[in-house]
Design a protein around this ligand. Structure first.
Ligand SMILES: [Zn+2]
Ligand SMILES: [Zn+2]
Length: 274
């Protein structure tokens, strides 16, 4: 294998991992703390026994590279940095390759174990925005078709995608949406999947609004949400007995499944920015 003479090179990953490239402004001036950072984010073991002999600052400055690696002389690549994380997240090369191999064959991806940034194919083209949620008591926000015993809390999700510009410079109009889930096991599962879909930029896209016919609007991308707590299916609300099954299938169709996820989201509150 050809190894560049530079100390920091872009790691060529097998499986033809297609990575999305975005520019991010991250403070690249920070010095590398060799004692504090000498830990692989995945296996939590020491990154390298003689880390000080590697010039880690080269990898830190490579903000535009998705994945930077650090090697010693012409020997094997040792340490990998996921370059689009908002932080210095380093891994053993073997650990990151193992994670890549364990991802589905038709959806190879890497997810940073620290900040959950996704590197991989199954990333949509949703513009930047935020997803946040909080819980209310059932009494203050009753859900159609549920009793207080079945759903003591109600999860309220708020999406915010500000207006911005497309890659070709034209303007698109942003959106704010609210969605509701029951605060029970089923609801937490769906919340966790919806959060993952948002991290992968699959929730919205820029397109034509079905309701107004206007183009260049931020619209849903086929993952259905309950935008009303009541009113039934005709009002995009509850009750809707097959909703959880349908939305789980929609997410599965985008390769967002619970078996890829390590822990459920916190029902009380959460905030994701992409
Ligand atoms: Zn490791
Ligand atoms: Zn990270």
């Amino acid at each position: 294998m050809f190894i560049s003479s530079e100390e920091a090179i872009i790691l060529s990953i097998p499986l033809n991992l297609k990575l999305t490239i975005e520019e991010q402004v991250i403070d690249a001036q920070g010095k590398f703390d060799y004692d504090k950072e000498n830990e692989c984010c995945l296996c939590k073991c020491e990154l390298y026994d003689d880390l000080k002999s590697l010039n880690m600052e080269i990898a830190i400055k490579n903000q535009q590279n998705l994945i930077s690696s650090v090697q010693k002389g012409s020997s094997e690549i040792l340490v990998v940095r996921l370059g689009q994380c908002q932080g210095m997240h380093f891994y053993h090369k073997e650990c990151i390759e193992m994670q890549l191999k364990q991802s589905p064959e038709d959806n190879p991806f890497i997810k940073c174990a620290v900040c959950n940034k996704i590197y991989g194919k199954q990333v949509g083209d949703m513009p930047s925005g935020t997803m946040s949620w909080h819980s209310k008591s059932f009494r203050s926000c009753p859900l159609g078709g549920f009793t207080e015993e079945q759903s003591p809390h109600v999860i309220i999700i708020q999406y915010n995608i500000p207006s911005g510009r497309n890659k070709d410079g034209t303007q698109f109009h942003g959106t704010s949406r609210v969605a509701y889930l029951p605060g029970n096991i089923e609801g937490i599962k769906i919340l966790t999947l919806l959060a993952e879909a948002f991290r992968r930029k699959l929730t919205f896209k820029v397109g034509t609004s079905i309701t107004t016919g206007a183009s260049n609007c931020v619209v849903w991308q086929g993952i259905h949400h309950k935008t009303s707590p009541t009113g039934g299916t005709s009002s995009f609300g509850y009750p809707d007995p097959t909703y959880f099954e349908r939305v789980t299938d929609e997410l599965k169709g985008r390769n967002v499944t619970l078996d890829q996820l390590t822990k459920p989201e916190d029902i009380k509150s959460g905030y994701i920015q992409v």
